[in-house]
Write a protein that binds this ligand. Structure first.
Ligand SMILES: *Cc1c(COP(=O)(O)O)cnc(C)c1O
Length: 472
């Protein structure tokens, strides 16, 4: 029998919940993030599976302890994993390919419907939402703001799901044409794209204002599928386990380098290690928005303005999922976490006590690269290996090269996006304009559906209210 995991908040006061409620609530009521009350250990069920087991089977095996105890049965989970990963274009789902002969590998996480790693989590999370809501006879309205990748992955995950409506705001004229079309050409009746006359911060402020309007939020049962949702993190643990199994069967150590924004992806690698995967080193790759790198170097977390870069999905100042690591560094003292974060919000700066800082530095290494260095890495890897990387993946590789500690341990770089998502930056660096894969080849001929709205809360709320099918 699997002992079901229960979940506690990183801020120590919200009630403990089971998986179904953690899935639907996202943020805890005390403002914290949910984490498992103890880390389940990967056992022979996982390490003993045949080497060529399908990714979906491995996923169900790894995820079952986290999901058990609610409305999702083991059969449900098996079926949802099979469906979710059948939408990937590569039979291995997350192919691991060698880069040169020094033990560096690329873990290709971009073979899902929207060409970024977020599909690996969201394709399953969309199905889990629909399942849990249908079991309860409930509906939700998902709202979100996007500067690019998250919106399309969330739309693909929610399209045509009976229990969900999804409204995504993007800044008019400020997302790339590929990114916009990946959202607006999805014409499913429950998908609604809004081009806001403003920038990304305006879109985010509108979403926050809708959540802060309690009457509105409750009436439309607003929810979010952003990366603070535990279900997104845990589904990402699976591909780290897959890489460890591939390279050392679960016995030999493996290192990972991860291009990092909100700290969700690299936290999933950390979670894999807490579950017993032999992870030798974790390298955080940053762009110019390098708050985490500076923190590791200097021991002081200090907020700055966001600078736009060629890796826009990492243009983030405050990495929300860092709170989950902070909880571990503080020996799971939620009250201490809450105090540190309120100090950070008030002063824009935060430091850790020496033991926690030493622990952090023993767990993670980091490196940061500006746009010029990222372009140089893309050019070099294209010339030397004939491989075209997107700017985010290039930051992962550059970080791996700079920070790798042990040449005898395989170094796996998380390749988080397909180069065709960022054709201009890739072409400028390598001279190659990457083409879209076949399933998106006609993206530029497909009809678009979107509404344009002013940067005005009342106008946006009235639109959301009109399209939502949540019964009043
Ligand atoms: C979201 C994203 C990232 C950052 O991942 P986090 O989990 O937020 O650290 C990196 N690369 C790409 C392509 C992304 O879409």
């Amino acid at each position: 029998m699997t002992e079901p995991v229960s979940y506690v908040s990183t801020r120590g006061t919200a009630p403990e919940l089971g998986f179904d409620d953690v899935l639907l609530s996202g943020l805890a009521r005390d403002g914290g993030l949910y984490v498992p009350d103890a880390w389940p250990q990967l056992g022979p069920d996982v390490w003993g599976l045949a080497g060529d087991v399908p990714y979906a089977t491995l996923a169900a095996e790894v995820l079952w302890p986290f999901v058990a105890g609610g409305s999702v049965t083991r059969d449900d989970l098996d079926r949802m994993c099979a469906d979710a990963y059948a939408s990937f274009r590569h039979p291995g789902v997350v192919p691991l390919v060698p880069l040169g002969d020094d033990g560096t590998w690329l873990l290709e996480l971009f073979h899902g419907p929207t060409l970024a790693f977020k599909d690996l989590a969201l394709q399953l999370v969309g199905r889990l939402f629909d399942h849990v809501l249908s079991a309860r006879g409930e509906r939700l309205t998902i709202v979100g703001a996007t500067s690019g990748d998250t919106g399309s992955a969330a739309i693909e995950a929610c399209r045509d799901r009976e229990s969900l409506d999804i409204v995504i705001l993007h800044p008019a004229g400020r997302v790339s044409e590929v990114q916009r079309r990946q959202m607006t050409t999805v014409t499913a009746p429950n998908v609604h794209n809004v081009a806001v006359d403003g920038d990304f911060d305006d879109c985010q402020d509108l979403v926050k204002a809708m959540f802060n309007d309690i009457a509105f939020r409750d009436r439309l049962r607003l929810s979010a599928v952003n990366s603070i949702n535990w279900a997104r993190i845990v589904t990402q643990v699976v591909y780290y386990v897959a890489a460890v199994r591939r390279l050392g069967g679960g016995a030999d150590p493996v290192a990972f380098a991860v291009p990092t924004g909100n700290f969700g992806n690299v936290f999933a690698a950390y979670a894999a290690s807490r579950m017993g995967a032999p992870v030798d080193q974790l390298v955080i790759g940053s762009n110019t928005n390098d708050i985490l790198h500076r923190f590791l170097q200097r021991g002081d977390m200090e907020m700055r303005e966001v600078v736009p870069t060629t890796s826009p999905s990492m243009d983030i100042q405050v990495s929300s999922n860092f709170e989950r690591l902070l909880f571990e560094l503080d020996e799971r003292n939620g009250h201490l976490v809450a105090a540190q974060l309120s100090q950070f919000r008030a002063t824009g700066s935060m430091s850790l006590h020496a033991t926690a800082m030493n622990e952090l530095r023993s767990l993670f290494d980091s490196a940061r690269f500006d746009d010029g260095e990222v372009a140089a890495c893309m050019k070099d890897v294209h010339e030397r290996h004939g491989v075209v990387l997107d700017p985010h993946s290039a930051i992962g590789l550059a970080a791996a090269r700079e920070a790798r500690l042990n040449p005898d341990v395989p170094m796996v770089v998380a390749a988080t996006a397909h180069p065709a998502k960022f054709p201009d930056a890739v072409e400028a660096a390598t001279g190659v304009r990457p083409g879209l894969p076949e399933h998106l080849a006609d993206l530029f001929e497909r009809p678009e559906r979107l509404v344009s709205l002013p940067n005005d809360l009342a106008a946006v709320q009235s639109f959301v209210s009109d399209v939502s099918r949540v019964p009043v």
